[in-house]
Write a protein that binds this ligand. Structure first.
Ligand code: F6R
Length: 615
């Protein structure tokens, strides 16, 4: 949430252009306002406003700014409405200190009172603005820039990724982090960059320093020194992390939207994820086989991936896995978390604060607990709190709605399940091989589906849009698909569409059904198929308009349906198990085209931002 970018050069350059490009690449983190401050020859030049980056660029011409330092910010509002005065950067009273910030300063009210009583004048309603004023106060006392920043941060409670410059120290910028991600990249001896996420730095480097909590970096042109500001500030030597993402993956590449591009990238993302090493899978499998209690936890789409993954792993592990939304983990396990438990934590970004807090709490509550994580981002916060991590290979996902990261998460959980099946010999080898073959075919099935079906989904949207409400219903493992489909529609198309258990829908939601009310049934031919037929009949009897998502050869449910979406995969139990991967692109496309039908930008849903780093 909120994208920040900082850059420092040796001499003056057209630096506004680079900073603009930096925040454009982070716009998925927030898009209600933005701003850039540039330092040139001892003065700060600030331009900011509310609106999308391109609109503000057209008005304020960020790209024309010249200087040797730039700090830039794209905002997702927390404290203060998304209006010009609340956009970042924020300055001190003398316009000498500039700050961009991602996170929340929880004790800002008391700090602001103190600063007001000392005569500071505030321009905004934000929590952030206390930071430049507090630094100003310490500098006034004769403390140097770095130590003023350290003193300030020590007084700030909450979370921050922060970049600061001071016009009287034009050869450095200071970057610090507590809980909100910051990465640093260098072009040795010439220029240093920092940002809140990898895509912003991909044009310049694939090798990053990842700042840890309570670490502060002083960036000079092409050089960095890092200290832990909580302790004695002794310089830390950090390894560079290499990230193998191509820059093309973070560009639209001819597609109208990132969301559509990322749906079409699913086959290749899955193929890359299939290459997760056997060694990593073995280590995960061993921990799960040894554990007495297993939980799987995540938020949003990652939570629905966890629901699907839990079904798959449980099938081969023969032990129950309890799914818990990460924001509820502490509440639910407060009195029952045991020492020999394993928590599987799933997160695309690896930065979702509710998840990080949940696993931090679990670690503290029980020393011998094991945290196994699945994330798409090398070096992300979750990796630091985990005993083992598997990196899914979706590549950068810029669309705010998770698509390819969902399918790669389910596939990774599927691989773990199959590794367990192998090690426990729960089935004859040929059967396990058949499950493997089915999982390995998922990229081809999706590729085939996308080639054939994009257009017919557009037509289905035309039909559905005439209705205010509808449901996605399913049973068994497909409930995860129904829920994820419903979430996609809510977020990108602003439709209140519910994904629900078909059986449970009789206990209330069926009250909504009238003649022509559409219901989309997710119906692979698995063990719940016959019961689902019963549910379809119940909805049909009340006039429901039945749309079904079925396999190619399906006959029974297709005959009962008014509209049918066919997924080109064989009708057998091996493929059914991985239908959460192969069936979801249909619903992702439905959400995408539905957003377009409503005149909405699917890449930038209202009120949302990617990577939720606030509670
Ligand atoms: C929905 C979506 C969110 C995320 C959720 C968790 O499309 O993207 O629901 O899934 O915020 O994010 P991660 O996976 O980064 O922890």
């Amino acid at each position: 949430m909120c994208g920040i970018f900082g850059i420092i050069y040796l001499g003056n350059k057209q630096i506004g252009k680079i900073a603009l490009e930096g925040i454009r690449r982070l716009e998925y983190r927030g898009y209600d306002s933005c701003g850039i401050v540039v330092h040139k020859n001892g003065e700060l030049y600030l331009r900011k406003d509310s609106g999308k980056i391109q609109e503000i660029q057209d008005k304020l011409k960020f790209d024309e700014l010249i200087g040797n330092i730039a700090l830039a910010h794209t905002r997702w509002a927390t404290h203060g409405a998304p209006i010009k005065k609340n956009s970042h950067p924020h300055l001190d009273c003398k316009n000498e200190i500039a700050v961009v910030h991602n996170g929340i300063i929880e004790n800002f009210i008391s700090l602001k009172k103190e600063l007001l009583s000392k005569g500071h004048v505030f321009q905004s309603d934000t929590d952030t603005e206390i930071i430049p004023h507090l630094i100003e106060e310490y500098i006034k006392e004769g403390i140097d820039f770095k130590n003023s920043v350290i003193k300030t941060l020590k007084r700030c409670k909450g979370a921050y990724g922060i970049v600061i410059c001071y016009s009287k120290e034009p050869n450095s910028i200071i970057v610090a982090r507590k809980e909100s991600p910051i990465i640093i990249g260098l072009d040795k001896g010439k220029v240093s960059y920092c940002a809140s996420d990898i895509p912003a730095l991909l044009p310049y480097t694939r090798d990053f320093y990842i700042l840890g909590d309570n670490e502060l970096a002083i960036l000079r042109p092409g050089d960095v020194s890092i200290v832990n500001f909580k302790n004695e500030p002794i310089e830390i030597t950090k390894p560079l992390k290499h990230i193998d993402w191509s820059i093309d993956a973070a560009e639209k590449g001819g597609y109208e939207h990132f969301m559509l591009k990322e749906i079409f990238e699913e086959p290749n993302a899955l193929r890359r994820t299939l290459k997760i090493s056997e060694n990593e899978l073995k280590m995960f499998a061993k921990e799960l086989m040894d554990a007495e209690n297993i939980y799987i936890t995540a938020a949003g789409t990652s939570y629905y991936a966890s629901l699907a993954g839990k079904y798959i792993i449980t099938k081969f592990l023969g032990k129950y896995i309890q799914e818990i939304e990460c924001s509820e983990l502490e509440n639910q396990l407060l009195d029952s978390l045991k020492n020999n438990s394993v928590i599987i934590a799933v997160s695309q970004s690896g930065e979702t604060i509710d998840l990080i807090e949940a696993i931090r709490w679990a670690r503290k509550a029980q020393k011998n607990i094991k945290i196994l994580s699945l994330t798409n981002v090398v070096g992300s916060s979750i990796t630091r709190y985990s005993d083992l991590t598997i990196i899914t290979q979706a590549g950068p996902e810029i669309g705010v709605a998770a698509t390819k990261t969902y399918t790669t998460q389910v596939l990774s959980l599927g691989l773990i399940g199959l590794q367990i099946a192998r090690e426990r010999n729960v089935l004859p080898k040929e059967e396990i091989d058949s499950y493997y073959d089915a999982l390995k075919s998922s990229p081809d099935i999706i590729e085939d589906f996308l080639k054939k079906t994009n257009h017919s989904i557009e037509k289905l949207v035309d039909n559905l849009e005439k209705n205010a409400n509808y449901f996605f219903l399913a049973r068994g493992i497909s409930i995860a698909t129904a829920k994820e489909g419903g979430l996609k529609l809510k977020e990108v198309a602003c439709r209140f569409i519910e994904g629900y258990s078909a059986a449970n829908a009789k206990h209330g939601p069926i009250a909504l059904v009238r003649e022509g009310f559409p219901i989309i049934f997710i119906a692979p031919p698995d063990e719940s198929y016959e019961r689902l037929v019963g549910n379809i009949m119940e909805f049909k009897a009340r006039g429901g308009h039945i749309i079904s998502v079925v396999v190619e050869s399906d006959e029974i449910i297709s005959d009962l349906s008014d509209t049918v979406i066919r997924i080109p995969q064989p009708a057998n139990k091996y493929y059914n198990l991985f239908s959460p991967i192969t069936f979801i692109p249909a619903l992702q496309l439905l959400a995408y085209h539905s957003a377009l039908a409503h005149g909405l930008d699917p890449d930038q849903p209202l009120n949302l931002a990617k990577t939720v780093t606030v509670h």
